[in-house]
Write a protein that binds this ligand. Structure first.
Ligand code: S3P
Length: 665
């Protein structure tokens, strides 16, 4: 979860090299005649994925900051597994390379990539003589040992990735290979091959290549115009003027700028140099404002990754906006048509898609605090951040910016507190992300809150490494006690750790505050406590400090004995004043006793049914809900991490309940 208050600053200088060019530079450097040194290399996950795959094939690739040195493949490795993660460009371009190198390789990828079409690239390569199989659990296998023959391929889809795969394979084929496009797609492969002295000829929509020796690459990659587009977008909706230089200004990538300029936006591109065949220059935005947008199919081809952003911008602007030929968006990292329809709806606007045409109709008045789903797609998440800025605040469920633009948050000056929750698989059902979304809204700070599910057997080193990467983390079962020991905390179990925070538990505070709010006078009383885990132990310690006398109930006697011995608890407490339960919904919980002397019941579990709750309600005694404790312990953790005052408990539990009511309906 990422919650933003809508404030931002533009900082274009952090944008690194163009991702599309970076993939190609790494691939060509890996088969060039000599050592390449490439500057301004983006360190986005997709590019690092391509580097890893090329290493697996035998290239020696070394990063020194944003400069990368590539020693080409001396002896190509056979029978390798290439993990393409989330990157379609890696999978498709390397299909062409591996077919050309003639080795066996298994291509795998993440859940998103595994859903994306690969036949579009395998079929033309098969026409050239390559062989592939498609076993389960992988994207495809390239079966090596078959020579490639030049062929003429007519584009079945408008795709630079397919074109590039065919051209790369063509560098290794007998005879010449021609690829004929319908609409022109990005031409970085052609420009780079020409700059590397390859045998390549471009004639209108046709590109022809044949076997070539490639020069090594010595250049700096111009800055990524696709990443820059999010900054341009923030500038045109808010009027923050901005200039960026050293940006790629290839016409095939400027559809975004063109469509906005035609809609009246004040954006200028100034061409300054040609570098490695690519036009490089500056983009200047002076003021906000634009009108209705129209994008033809050719514009869309030149803005294929930016159409969702154009659509997001159109959502903010009163008018009817039309985008033609956008069907390909269904096959990106997510179904981006579905994502655009969702973005429009979340902002209270209308969007429709039929027969390749997308129409957005906006009244220009955005819903307050929109809540977005990113579909785990980096570009959709970035569009949604722009919409959060336009709406003056909102939230996005997941934000994998690192896939293409690791400096995104810095580029928009978002100042996000990185928060999260470490626990077992149960944390997928946790309400903490909703709570943190609420707290950051009322405290007016930006924060992200990640669910960090740890597998059984996670090492101490891994836990410490995760903790070091966050500004603040909650810790839940089964890690509360382990993390307390790892961090030498001076308490039994911790639920709150962070960069500037003493490791501690706010569970006790949460429970005490919840009890007090409900008017329970628990001090110096006899109490029954069910459970013997981390939260129970911590709360027992807290209750003892208030002079309570406690008897433990637990299904596993051994665990109860640990607590009893640790705190020297009595085994027989008479006439308890209340019952506090830290066990989840189960038959044991239902069988727990509730003596007549009890004046209240507290249950830490806030999901599922509870026998104790039913008994308390039936008897008409006070019932204290675990959600109330969750609220108070979370508010305290949040205050510690973000150094914000508790601000009257950030609006209070009742206000929080109202804000998340939709979850319980
Ligand atoms: C890319 C081409 C485009 C684009 C992708 C990068 C490339 O994909 O969406 O992000 O580097 O060639 P298609 O070729 O599938 O349109």
């Amino acid at each position: 979860m990422l919650r933003l208050n809508g404030q931002f600053n533009l900082n274009a200088s952090v944008v690194c090299g163009d991702k599309s060019i970076a993939h190609r530079a790494l691939i060509f450097a890996s088969v060039a005649d000599g050592t390449s040194v490439i500057g301004n290399m983006p360190l986005s996950a997709d590019v690092l994925t391509t580097a890893d795959c090329l290493r697996a094939l035998g290239a020696d690739i070394r990063f020194d900051g944003n400069t990368v040195t590539v020693e080409p493949i001396a002896e190509v490795k056979d029978n390798v597994t290439l993990n393409c993660a989330n990157s379609g460009t890696t999978a498709r371009l390397l299909a062409g390379l591996v077919a050309g190198l003639g080795v066996n390789a298994t291509f795998i990828g993440d859940a998103s990539l595994s859903k994306r079409p690969m036949d579009r690239v395998l079929q033309p390569l098969e026409r050239m003589g390559a062989k592939f199989s498609k076993p389960k659990n992988c994207l495809f296998k390239c079966l090596g040992g078959t020579p490639l023959y030049g062929s003429t391929v007519y584009a079945a889809v408008d795709s630079a990735q397919v074109k590039s795969a065919v051209l790369i394979a063509g560098l290794f084929a007998e005879g010449s290979t021609t690829y004929v496009e319908k609409l022109s797609t990005r031409n970085h492969t052609e420009l780079m091959l020409a700059a590397l002295n390859a045998n390549i000829k471009v004639d209108g929509q046709a590109v022809t290549v044949s076997k070539s020796r490639l020069l090594p690459i010595k250049t700096d990659i111009p800055c990524d115009v696709s990443s820059m587009s999010y900054i341009v977008a923030a500038a045109v909706i808010t009027g923050k003027p901005f200039v960026c230089s050293n940006v790629l200004l290839n016409e095939r990538r400027l559809g975004f700028v063109r469509v906005l300029q035609r809609a009246g936006a004040d954006i200028k591109c100034i061409q300054e140099e040609t570098r490695f065949g690519e036009t490089v220059g500056s983009i200047i935005v002076k003021k906000d404002g634009f009108g209705a947008m129209y994008a033809s199919a050719a514009d869309v081809c030149d803005a294929i990754d930016e159409v969702p952003l154009l659509a997001a911008l159109s959502v903010t602007m009163r008018g009817t906006h039309v985008f033609e030929g956008v069907g390909e968006l269904r096959h990106k990292e997510s179904d981006r048509i579905k994502a655009v329809l969702h973005m429009a709806a979340a902002c209270g606007q209308k969007a429709e898609y039929a027969n390749g045409r997308l129409i957005v109709v906006s009244n220009g008045v955005l819903e307050k605090n929109p809540r977005f789903c990113s579909f785990d797609d980096h570009r959709i998440a970035m569009c949604e951040v722009v919409l959060c800025i336009a709406s003056g605040g909102g939230s996005v469920d997941r934000a994998p910016f690192d896939v293409s633009f690791p400096q995104f948050e810095t580029a928009l000056g978002l100042n996000i507190y990185r928060l999260g929750l470490i626990g077992g698989t149960d944390i997928r059902k946790s309400l903490s992300p909703l709570l943190m979304e609420y707290l950051s809204t009322v405290a007016n700070v930006n924060c992200s809150y990640d669910l960090l599910v740890q597998p059984d057997g996670v090492t101490d080193e891994r836990l410490l490494d995760i903790i070091s990467r966050y500004d603040g983390l909650n810790v839940t079962m089964p890690y509360k006690m382990r993390v307390a020991q790892l961090l030498n905390a001076d308490c039994l179990s911790v639920n709150t750790v962070g960069r500037n925070v003493v490791p501690q538990s706010t569970d006790g505070y949460g429970m005490v505050t919840a009890l007090r709010e409900m008017g329970v006078d628990f001090e110096n009383k006899h109490l029954y406590v069910a459970g013997a885990g981390g939260a129970a132990a911590l709360c027992v310690q807290t209750l003892l400090s208030y002079g309570c006398k406690i008897q433990i109930f637990n299904r596993t006697k051994r665990h109860a004995d640990v607590l009893i011995n640790k705190f020297n608890l009595s085994c027989n407490v008479s006439n308890p004043y209340g019952m506090l339960s830290f066990v989840p919904e189960c038959d044991y919980e239902k069988s727990l006793p509730l003596p007549d002397s009890c004046k209240f019941v507290f249950t830490a579990a806030y999901k599922g049914t509870s026998g104790l709750k039913d008994k308390a309600l039936a008897r008409g005694i006070t019932y204290v809900d675990g959600l109330r404790m969750l609220y108070h312990q979370g508010a305290k953790s949040f205050a510690l991490w973000t150094d914000t005052a508790l601000q009257d408990n950030y609006g209070g539990f009742a206000e929080f309940l109202r804000s998340v009511q939709f979850c319980f309906n």
